[in-house]
Design a protein around this ligand. Structure first.
Ligand code: SAH
Length: 202
């Protein structure tokens, strides 16, 4: 299993307190940085799609931590080869700014943003981010009421999506699109995420 603790992506740059405890932490604006075991689970389930050069969409990017991890996983394998890219979409501008600040705390984070390998944008992640679609991997960091068609349509053939779905009772679903464009959905395990919502009005 992939080990998330890398010297390049220190969780202390992203979690305001007890960064290495295996539990979610509040980051303001009713958002949380997910627990390390959930970040690890998301990476493990998406791993085969997170190859060097891959394009990733991280919906509800919050602290920016998982976007940073994805960016390291899809980075160029050797100098001169094609690096991947990650779009983190978040509907609260203050959290877009927070993620940008957090990634900017490390030299390689600043470099990844300068070179366009990671970009945080403000918008409704339920609609995805068609401007940079299609994606090899889509991660959704807040619970959806259903598997949004707009997200499925932004998956590449051969791509994978990890998405928590449900209201009171939530489960992780894996959505896979095969090379012919056929979609298969699989319900995995029970979870508790904050919901994907409309943006706050104030
Ligand atoms: N992966 C993030 C999880 C943050 S919590 C992390 O570990 O830091 C979920 C995030 O989803 C919150 O930041 C919340 O503001 C955001 N969110 C909720 N609804 C959204 C929507 N419709 N569009 C984009 N982001 C949304």
């Amino acid at each position: 299993m992939y080990v998330l603790t890398t010297s390049q992506t220190d969780r202390a740059h992203y979690a305001p307190s007890a960064p290495y405890a295996d539990r979610p932490q509040a980051i303001g604006h009713a958002a949380t940085i997910s627990a390390p075991h959930m970040h690890a689970s998301a990476c493990t389930h998406l791993f085969s799609a997170l190859t060097p050069g891959a394009k990733v969409l991280d919906v509800g990017s919050g602290s920016g931590y998982l976007s940073a991890i994805f960016a390291h996983l899809v980075a160029a394998e050797k100098p001169g080869s094609q690096g991947g890219s990650v779009i983190g979409i978040e509907h609260i501008q203050a959290l877009v700014d927070l993620a940008t600040t957090n990634l900017g705390k490390s030299e390689d984070g600043r470099k990844m943003m300068q070179e366009g390998h990671v970009k945080f944008v403000c918008g409704d992640g339920r609609k995805g981010y068609p401007e940079a679609a299609p994606y090899d991997a889509i991660h959704v960091g807040a619970a959806a009421l259903n598997v949004h068609d707009e997200l499925v349509s932004q998956l590449k053939n051969g791509g994978k999506m990890f998405i928590p779905v449900g209201d009171h009772e939530q489960h992780i679903w894996m959505v896979e699109k095969n090379e012919k464009g056929e979609v298969r959905k699989k319900k995995l395990f029970g979870v508790q995420y904050v919901p994907l919502t409309d943006a706050p009005t104030r």
